[in-house]
Design a protein around this ligand. Sequence first.
Ligand code: AMP
Length: 399
Amino acid sequence: MNVLVINCGSSSLKFQLINAENEELIAKGLCERIGIEGSQLVYSPTGGEKVTKVVPMPDHTAAVKLVLDALCDKETGVVKSLDEINAVGHRIVHGGEKFAVSTLLTDEVIKGIEECNDLAPLHNPANLIGINACKELMPGVPMVGVFDTAFHQTMPREAYIYGIPYEYYTKYKIRRYGFHGTSHAYVSRRAAELLGKSYEDCKIIVCHLGNGASVSAVKNGKCVDTSMGLTPLEGLIMGTRSGDLDPAIIEFIAKKENKSIDEIMTILNKESGVLGISGGLSSDFRDLEGAHDKGDEAGTRALETFSYRVAKYIGAYMVAMNGVDAICFTAGVGENSPFVRAVICEKYLPFMGIKLDTEANNKRGEDIIISTNEQGPKVMVIPTNEELMIARDTYALTK
Ligand code: AMP
């Protein structure tokens, strides 16, 4: 059974076709600049040559049509006809409190996703456009929604309630939701396998460190806390997002710089994080590490501040779970930066008895335990695979 996994952004669409039975990737690709001049499709069949097509894509329906044509193409395609695409799994950013698990996309469920739009005004409408485009072009093919927020719905109330008047929760559902849930679910499950323990019997901290970054505490197979909040702005310092700060800073900057709330939110989302801390040097950790290696203080400042915040969350989540068996690193920075992993573990967490194996820490692209200590938590690198999780859930609900 083949599952098409779709991840739709406002002007982009990423896709993978996965054989859900043996979990092999059949093809993957990306449509960029949808609705903008210069749109293109990049399509990579597994084991075949990459194909790049610069073609106008006025909307997402046009993009999905091009993807389906590429998958069925006589020469470079991977299936004979659309009949070989048996189900579609959609990544959906915000499921609010409505969706605690992946769900078959009925008309009623789609309406429920629309009702979550004001919680993720940039993301959910784009996800819905992708759903509608697939519905139009593949009528009758079952579709499943997999929510970034779902995995975190198991958090206890004390972890998701904010210290503001309770009526804002009851009236507007203002609470911690958390994001990257599909990644946290995949990595924590895999960590239990590497520990050789039952998922229902371990305490795992997952550090998803990419351009967006979040930490989660997973106890006995359930998320008990996570660092992102109502929106993905809270928590860790990220590529360009501020993460946690004193809310009074917003008013302070507004007055000093004569800026509106909208302008300040743009600064906190797009001009802050390691980009802001480094004085505008870069949001990319490769650039920051390069600068640090050359003795540029701006790079060191950003990397240390970022790593310290991650370490602080690890400490907090040990309290949330009364201990920890494994600390896992994943996503762009977590998977690829031995430097950041070493700073977090060796500079800030030596009290936990963690000893890193330098050779293992320098490896890339595999699930690996990078610590050597017998006592205390194991440290792991686990490349995330959100698409595979989406395919698994889609398969489970449609087979
Ligand atoms: P993601 O959002 O998970 O795709 O992560 C993207 C980020 O990963 C980039 O912005 C880089 O900062 C970071 N990254 C990718 N490769 C490396 C690397 N080799 N070393 C350090 N950071 C990296």
